[in-house]
Every structure is written in structure tokens, then in C-alpha cells.
Design a binder for this molecule. Sequence first.
Ligand code: SAM
Length: 311
Amino acid sequence: MKDSFGREITYLRVSVTQRCNLNCVYCGKSDCAKKETELSPETTEKLVRAFAGCGIRKVRVTGGEPLVRSDICEIVRRIRSIDGIETLALTTNGVYLARYARELKSAGLDSVNISLDSTDGSTYRHLTGADVLKKVLEGIDEAERAGISPVKINAVLMKGVNSDGAGELINLARSRKIDVRFIELMPFSDEGENSSLIVTGDEILREFPFLKPAEAEEGTAKYYSAEGFKGRVGLINPITHKFCSSCNRIRLLSDGSVKPCLGYDTAYDILQFIDDESRLREEVKNIILKKPAGHSFGSSDAGHGLNRTGG
Ligand code: SAM
């Protein structure tokens, strides 16, 4: 369905937990240890079904870290079973991906985005607080072997922290059929609020002039490629090129509330209507109609960290 600004809302991001096994510096540190707000696979399915009834066609499972849930494959399987859901994707830090890739594929997962901010072991450890780069790289390999497609990498660059590793990340798109996407740092933590750390999409293009525009834009990313590249480089620029006017997303949080925009704290509880299917759908429609025109990064009511909201 369309929201009140005429945007067709087709994409639901489902945060299945606030817990995370990493502690990324830019992500916001609140609530990482909470568990009590997680919904069961059955409840998640019921809620997502209501969204599908309102026109949602694509679901991305995220968190926190979705793979810290031992029932993650059951969640994926249940979402896959919902009529109308055409694409089912997952965003993960990749640490447990080698363990789950095959089972996720059989449960119906189409594609995966893996967060990888550096291919250098000590920089990776500094950014995430954990010495697990090798496991993440194994997770990427295993996802490809399991036939999950596409496999994409998400990276957030920060000046003087990991920005000098951009070339190595781009090399992954050169040598493998993998899209490497750079997301501009958003203001969700002390680091995120330090705008001098942001590496903009335009700066990346200046540093790597061999990158030339590839096909049309896909969702929020603009894609680039170069001679001999097997994959593409994507730029996601929420700070320098706001894409709110074409935003088609809405978010279900792990406590059963719904957040119409990442940029605001406002969230609406729908769990109270779980046993009334038609009321649930009505509430989802009402919330979609409340989606604001654009995000408020930089203002005092800008949203919390993505570990809480779901990245
Ligand atoms: N744990 C999973 C992961 O690491 O991919 C899913 C959740 S994480 C919050 C989702 C994505 O949000 C990651 O790709 C991460 O890089 C991105 N992210 C988190 N904080 C961010 C920030 N301040 N600015 C830009 N991207 C951010």
C-alpha cells in the first residue's frame, strides 16, 4: 500500500533480537544484552503475515545479530511460508554464518548481506571488539557454496580508522562475484556523531576513479564497476544523498513494535493485537500512513543505535 506521501511500502525489516556477539564502535551500545523482548517464530510469522496483507513483498531479517538465535532457521522457514513474500534476505555479521548457511538456504533464504568493515585482522578486532575475521571470511565462502545469492558485503568506513582498507574491500568485488557496498556512517554512537569521521560516497569515487556507474540504482544503493570486476561496488549515502523520498521500508522491532522511520524513536506496539488478524492488519495500515516524509539525523529525536532498531 502507499503511505501518505505516495510511497509504495513493500519492504519490511524484521529485527529478531537486540543481542549481538560483536560490539561495533559505530553501532550504539544500548540494550545489547537484553533477551526478554524476542518474539517466538510463531509470533513473528503472524506479525509478518499482517504486513504481507498490506503489500509487503520483501523481508530482511536482521538484528542485533540474527544468527545468535538458535531458532533462526525456523524463523526464516516460517517467513518463507507466507503468501506474498517474494524475497527473503538476511543481514549478519557473518561470525556464525558458516555454521548456518546450508540450513538457512534450505529454509528458504534467498540472499545475505554480510557486514565486513576491514580485511585486516587487527583493524577488524578494533572495530568489533572480537578476533573473528577468519570466521567471517569462512562464512562468506560457505554462503556462496550453499547457493545463497546474491552475497553482498556491507562496510562502514571511518576516516583514520579503517578508511585505508577501502581498496582491499573493493578488491573483493574485483576478484569475486560479490557486491561490496559502502554505507555512510550514520549518527548512532559517539563515533557516528563525529561527522569528521564520515567517508562520503563522493570521496570514495574520487579515490577510486576507475569505478564507473553500472546499471540502474537498486533500492538505496548506486552501483559501480570497473574493467575486469566480477562483482560491483555499491554506495549507500544516507547522509549526503538522502533517499527518503523513495523510501519503501518499515521496521518490525524485536519487541513487537513497529518503527516507520529509522531516523525517529517513534515506534508503535502491535503485539497487543496478535490474536485479532483483521485488527492487526488495520494497525499496520495506520502505522504505514504515519511514516514521516524524511529522517531527522542531526536533530534531538534522531533514532537509537541499529543494534536496537535493526540495521
Ligand atoms: N548484526 C548484523 C550485522 O552486523 O550485519 C545486523 C545488524 S547491523 C546493525 C546492520 C548493518 O547496520 C551493518 O551492516 C552495520 O554496518 C550497519 N550500521 C550499524 N551502525 C551504523 C552506523 N552508525 N552507520 C552506518 N551503518 C551502520
